[in-house]
Design a protein around this ligand. Structure first.
Ligand SMILES: [Zn+2]
Length: 72
């Protein structure tokens, strides 16, 4: 009887952890994606922080605008 209860509890625990472990992984991946898209990078010319998606990358350096890129 006790073994049967333990078996049932064990199966429930496995299912529970399977679903609980799966969900946060998905959420973390989504959070990472949104974090990456809104990453702030420092302009190597004027030091202003610009969004990664708005910045210009040249020679592994970030620039906030074309002006900074040309004047660097
Ligand atoms: Zn700049």
């Amino acid at each position: 009887m006790i073994l049967k209860i333990l078996l049932v509890v064990g199966v429930i625990a496995v299912i529970y952890f399977f679903f609980i472990k799966k969900k946060p992984l998905k959420n973390n991946k989504k959070a990472d994606e949104t974090q990456q898209s809104s990453d702030m990078v420092e302009c190597s010319r004027c030091g202003i922080y610009a969004e990664l998606s708005d910045s210009i990358i040249s020679n592994n350096k970030y620039y906030c605008s074309k002006e900074c890129l040309e004047n660097s």
